[in-house]
Design a protein around this ligand. Sequence first.
Ligand code: BEZ
Length: 209
Amino acid sequence: MAVRLGHDAPDFTAETTHGTIRFCKWKGNSWAVLFSHPKDFTPVCTTELGAVAALKPEFEKRNTKVIGLSVDPVDSHLRWEDDINDVTGHKVNFPMIGDPDRKVAALYDMIHPNASDTLTVRSVFVIAPDNKVKLTLTYPASTGRNFQELLRVIDSLQLTARHSVSTPADWKHGDDVIIGGNVSNEEAKRKFPGFVAKKPYLRVAKQPK
Ligand code: BEZ
């Protein structure tokens, strides 16, 4: 069954480039990004893994661990890391799961047979400290992902977990937010002084600290 928003992230034990891990133990109380790529030694994937390596400090600032996966084995991942470093200038600094028996791919529904019978699609799962799945994305093999967008979503998820707000289209950290529908106008005056009601259902306020 597909892993959907609000589900508990399925736990698993797997071989990775950083040794054997039990996923939920490895993740601990952090946020996590679990993402799959179709195949080692392929061009788009090479650029993607370099991009994620470059953004590791940004994920760390957000208390977020990152882990990759493909159906290739760990020894292939390790050999490919040299190419990724050569091409992108970034050493892969996060674990990559080797999943040749497709156990984890099946658990997370990362193989979409009408796209490819054998390769994982470009899946992304963002998982909260309570192990609930907060975001799922699926991209085709031909389209490299925008990992800045992932950071933006994590900023929104972390903000909206702490405050009764949501974030509008194209929001980025520091922009105005939308006050939750469950907040009365009286409460909004206290919690979000100076908020603007553009419509009764669309009340805009400064981003809470
Ligand atoms: C790529 O990353 O470029 C790629 C992945 C799977 C199939 C073809 C290309």
